[in-house]
Design a protein around this ligand. Structure first.
Ligand SMILES: Cc1cc2nc3c(=O)[nH]c(=O)nc-3n(C[C@H](O)[C@H](O)[C@H](O)COP(=O)(O)OP(=O)(O)OC[C@H]3O[C@@H](n4cnc5c(N)ncnc54)[C@H](O)[C@@H]3O)c2cc1C
Length: 266
C-alpha cells in the first residue's frame, strides 16, 4: 500500500483462496463405482470425472484413459454440468468499487462485500486504473479528487449526524449518515469482497473478463485468479485456457485469457 502527500493510500490487488470443494466419497464396497480408478489426486478433477462417469456408468477404464483426457472430452462436448459440482471461494482486497460493480453482474457467483453503510470510508484507500499507475499527471489529478471527495464525505457525515440528532440509536444514526454521505465516494474507492463460484461459473468469468475487450482492472483480476487459484487447483478443468500477452497499442501490453477449441473424441 503506497501513500501520497495528500494521504491518498493506493491499494494493490491481493487474492486469497478461502475454501475449495473436497471429494469425500469413501463407500467403495458393493457400489457400481467400486472398480473405478483415476490418476488425478486433485479433488475438483476427481469429482468432475466421477460425475461424468456416473452419467454413463462407465466405471471400468480398460484403455487406461487419464483424467486429463477424460475431462478434455467432457469440455469439448460442452457437458458442463459435470464441471459445476466443485468450486472455490476467494477473497479480493485492493479492488475498486467500479471493478466489483462489473464482477457482481456474474449471476452464478455468490458475493459478500464490505458495507459502505457500516464501514467508515473516511480514510479509504483507492485503486488506480492500470493505465494511470505510472502516470504522474494522472496520479496528481486522482490525488486532487481524493482530497476533495474525502473532505466532502467528512462534512456530509457531520452534517447528517447533526440532522439526525433526534434519533436515539447512535449506531442507526451513524449508519444513516454514512449511507447518505457515500454518494460522493469515487469509483476508485477500494473494497473487499468474498466470491464463491463453481468451476463452470469461473470458466464463464475467465472467458468474458480475461478478454482483451474487458475493462483493464477486471481483466487483471481474472488473470490473477486464474493463475493463482483456479489453474493450480484443477488444471484439467482449465486445460483449454491459456494466458496470452497481447499488444494494447501505444506501447502497452496486457495479459489476457484465451480459450481454444477442443475436439471431442469420436
Ligand atoms: C466487454 C464487456 C462489455 C460490457 N459492457 C456492458 C455495458 O455497457 N452495459 C452493461 O449493462 N453490461 C455490460 N457488460 C456486462 C455483460 O452484459 C454481462 O452482464 C456480464 O458480462 C455477465 O455475463 P453474462 O450475463 O453472460 O453471464 P453470467 O451472469 O455470468 O451468466 C453466465 C451464463 O449463464 C446464462 N444466463 C445467466 N442468466 C441468464 C438469463 N437470465 N437468461 C438466459 N441465460 C442466462 C448465460 O448463458 C450467461 O452467459 C459488459 C461485459 C463485457 C465482458
Amino acid at each position: 500500500m503506497g501513500e501520497a502527500a495528500t494521504g491518498m493510500r493506493v491499494a494493490q490487488l491481493r487474492i486469497w483462496k478461502v475454501a475449495q470443494t473436497s471429494f469425500v466419497l469413501d463407500a467403495w464396497d458393493g457400489v457400481p463405482w467400486a472398480v473405478w480408478q483415476t490418476d488425478s489426486a486433485r479433488d475438483a478433477e476427481i469429482l468432475a470425472e466421477y460425475a461424468g462417469r456416473l452419467c454413463y456408468q462407465s466405471w471400468s477404464n480398460p484403455s487406461g484413459r487419464s483424467n486429463e483426457a477424460y475431462l478434455r472430452n467432457i469440455l469439448a462436448q460442452e457437458h458442463f454440468s459435470v464441471v459445476e459440482h466443485a468450486g472455490f471461494t476467494v477473497v479480493l482486497t485492493g479492488v475498486s468499487r467500479s471493478c466489483t460493480h462489473e464482477l457482481v453482474r456474474h449471476r452464478h457467483f455468490s458475493f459478500s462485500q464490505l458495507s459502505q453503510r457500516f464501514y467508515n470510508e473516511e480514510d479509504a484507500a483507492v485503486v488506480v486504473p492500470p493505465l494511470f499507475r505510472e502516470d504522474p499527471e494522472a496520479l496528481a489529478i486522482l490525488e486532487e479528487v481524493y482530497a476533495t471527495t474525502r473532505a466532502a464525505y467528512r462534512r456530509l457525515v457531520e452534517l447528517a449526524q447533526r440532522r439526525l440528532e433526534g434519533l436515539p440509536d447512535r449506531r442507526l444514526r451513524r449508519k444513516r449518515a454514512r449511507e447518505a454521505a457515500r454518494c460522493v465516494l469515487p469509483n476508485m474507492t477500494e473494497t473487499h469482497i468474498v466470491v464463491t463460484g463453481n468451476h463452470r461459473s469461473w470458466r464463464e468469468f475467465f472467458e468474458k473478463r480475461g478478454s482483451l475487450h474487458a475493462d483493464a482492472e477486471i481483466r487483471e483480476v481474472a488473470v490473477r485468479i486464474f493463475q493463482e487459484v483456479a489453474r493450480p487447483l484443477a488444471p484439467h478443468l482449465y486445460q483449454d485456457f491459456e494466458v496470452v500477452r497481447r499488444e494494447l497499442g501505444a506501447g502497452g501490453v496486457a495479459d489476457t485469457l484465451e480459450r481454444r477449441h477442443l475436439d471431442a473424441d469420436e
